[in-house]
Write a protein that binds this ligand. Sequence first.
Ligand code: PLP
Length: 624
Amino acid sequence: TELYGVREWGAGFFGISPSGDLQVTAEPGNFSGAVSIPEILAGIQDRGLDMPVLLRIENILDTQISLLNDSFQTAMESLAFKGSYLGAYPIKVNQQQQVVEAVTRHGKKYHHGLEAGSKAELIAAMGMLRDTEAVLVCNGYKDEEFIDLGLHATQLGFKCVLVIEMPGELPLIIERAKALGVDPILGVRVKLSAQANGMWAESGGDRSIFGLNAAQIIEVIDALKDAGMLDCLQLLHYHLGSQIPNIREIRNAVAEASRVYAGLVGEGAGMRYLDLGGGLAVDYDGTQTNFMSSRNYSVDEYCVDVVEGVMTVLDEQNVPHPTIITESGRALVAYYSMLLFNVLDAARFEPEPLPDKLPENTNIHILHLHDAMQSLNLRNVQECFNDILYYRDEVRQAFAQGKLSFRERALGDSVFWETIHRIARLAKDMPTLPQELEGITEALSDIYYCNFSVFQSLPDSWAIGQLFPIMPVHRLNEMPTREGLLADITCDCDGKIDRFIDSQGVKRTMPLHELKDNEEYCLGAFLVGAYQETLGDLHNLLGDTNIVTIRIRENGEFDFVGELEGDSVEDILSYVEYDTKALLNRFRETAENAVRSGQITPTQRRKILQAYKDGLQGYTYFER
Ligand code: PLP
């Protein structure tokens, strides 16, 4: 457990069984009803689905929705807050129908609503949401069609809020509301001056792309007053950015926004809702710090601080308590999905064994390399390192000038790498390492080739250096003896993971078990439910993975409740506009030409065509 930090990042959902399997439970900390992940994997494979597979545990999402709503409820009761709380799940965080369906189903008892940031998201939300007590918040840039759809939602009784994000949106909203005879529920998005640090934090602050500054909000108020619609302005919205690791920044923003809210009440607007947007962070690395991939607060603390922050400002100004809305996405869905994938092979950076005695007439530079290796001790590590780099370059030059054979050069390389390994072993015992030698162990680590695409399944890992917990799902009662980084099956040099969670922040390799013949070694990347699925792309034409959803029963058994087959090669080719029927016909002709010219027989042609057709139907990932 210690090695992979499960207890730290797992939020009570993950544990290790006595037999060394990774377990998952939907009830944090209660492992009497936990399920073994290898057992789930076996069930998936028995059903004919291959890895990589995205596994969703439906009731982890339920737990997270309850956690957020119950925490706000408890905070409000304990502080005697007189308003209420409503959640609005932002569809952009994971738009898959199964996910939105699960949010609306379990969220119904809390009237947990939805947030839409585009027309397509609004159309999805209007089809999915049945609960008219819940809010439907419309953010994003809005054209006439978007506005009309929102107004129709209001006509149907939804609490659909059109949030004004740009100064230019208001005249059109007023015009369309009058044309359709609807009293809209309006919101304004404010640009706060409170700034947050964090990888995704640029959507907050004075320079944020969206939102209105104070003067623009006053213009909105005046325009609404002129139109006799000031009572329609009911919501104040802001969004500081996603994954805000530091609670102090959240508190500063709440305080500033509460002042703006009170100002709007003072102006006579019909204020009822204060919407804090997203930002509630996930502790991906389990450090509970204000590192980018962590957070220095709990969900309970977040709720208490938000409620208290709002009350402090509003009570001072005798403003009635609002309904607090948050648009938490990441915190609701991150835990609920994991990517499971198999290791295909491993490369080791180990030198070839050296001969007992160097051949006669060995080149002088190789002899020098060999002498440096033999003189290595704890006191001359840096000197030896300098020497071998120098003689390695001499060997390379001699080869380039034709003075060394290829075989001799290989001997030079082997002496060089053997010395590097000896230096790395000594470095482990050195209290301080010369700067040049930092990272020498990592440079010698293994590469484990894994059956997935970083670009498709963990795009944030590639694009913004986001850390996800990654670990084996079995053999956890066995000490791993290797250290390695992970490479995916795209042939891109960025298709790798070489940053892993660590109690100190980040490390460049992870502990891994030795591969065994005839036994699959499977790893999981965890907390991948937020943002990764639709941000993923088709690099190297590797498509959507298989997706399986299970629900864990109280007695520790589980049911398969959903299964989506990943993309076939044919699907992927059609996404990039190939006509696969035409492709097959062209290939038939190519094969016929080969028959005509006597290169293959008609029977061989039949087999080749069959392989081509099977390939079109097949999974885009490595199949055993
Ligand atoms: N609301 C808005 C307007 C957003 O842009 C986002 C995402 O950045 C969110 C909510 C969700 O944020 P989070 O996933 O941090 O909860």
